[in-house]
Design a protein around this ligand. Structure first.
Ligand SMILES: [Zn+2]
Length: 229
């Protein structure tokens, strides 16, 4: 389904979170001098230092009373999509310890901690938030947002920040666009858009323009008309 530039501008975007002591951001260079090297993980990029153990079962728990039964069931439904592809199990629990803890704070965006960074979050705090779901949310929106945030929880970074990404950004327009649509400072744009991860600290594939971990990029933000939905 192709989106118009206006529809893309209306999409909420997510920010990925790392503990402040994590090396992930430090290892994420701000230059474009990243060599191309194709790893063994198909079509995704993951920082090596926040990978979960193979085959691990991750408990997932909803926090508080926000989020209707309908919304919670949709989150479960789409989160479980990952079990068809990742060597990992998600187990939704009602109480007790859980590595992934979900809140539904409206207006504070949708976001998730990345990989084992989840373990650094105090037990009484959420590791993932869905900030715009309600009983009228369409399946398309549940699907794209839930699969994306759980991708972060499993350790995936934004695909446009993969060492293999080489998007010809129209830099000044990108700053203006994200200031206008998300209220981001230039520094936030640097961190969330331009910086790419180092090849030596990331497992990654060839850049995947269809990745669920990729932002929607309107053609007006690139110098050669490149765009993604
Ligand atoms: Zn994200």
């Amino acid at each position: 389904m192709a989106l118009t530039t206006q529809q893309i501008a209306g999409l909420q975007v997510c920010t990925q979170l790392f503990p402040s002591s994590s090396k992930a951001y430090e290892d994420c260079p701000d230059s474009n001098l990243v060599g191309r090297h194709f790893g063994h993980v198909p079509f995704i990029a993951l920082p090596i230092n926040t990978l979960w153990q193979n085959g691990i079962t991750l408990n997932v728990r909803f926090m508080g009373t926000d989020g209707s039964t309908f919304v919670r069931e949709k989150v479960k439904q789409y989160a479980n999509t990952w079990m068809r592809f990742a060597n990992i199990r998600l187990r939704f629990v009602n109480e007790g310890p859980a590595q992934i803890r979900i809140s539904f704070k409206q207006g504070s965006g949708s976001w998730s901690w990345v990989g084992t960074g989840n373990l650094r979050v105090p037990d009484n705090q959420a590791t993932m938030n869905f900030g715009w779901f309600d009983n009228n949310t369409q399946d398309y929106e549940f699907s794209r947002t839930v699969i994306h945030e759980f991708g972060h929880a499993l350790g995936c970074i934004h695909e446009h920040q993969s060492p293999a990404a080489n998007i010809p950004w129209d830099v000044e327009r990108v700053y203006q666009y994200y200031y206008k649509t998300q209220g981001w400072s230039r520094e936030q744009v640097d961190v969330n858009i331009f910086r790419r991860y180092s090849a030596s600290t990331t497992r990654y594939s060839e850049f995947d323009t269809l990745s669920i971990m990729l932002y929607a990029i309107p053609a007006e933000l690139t110098t050669n008309g490149f765009s993604t939905d």
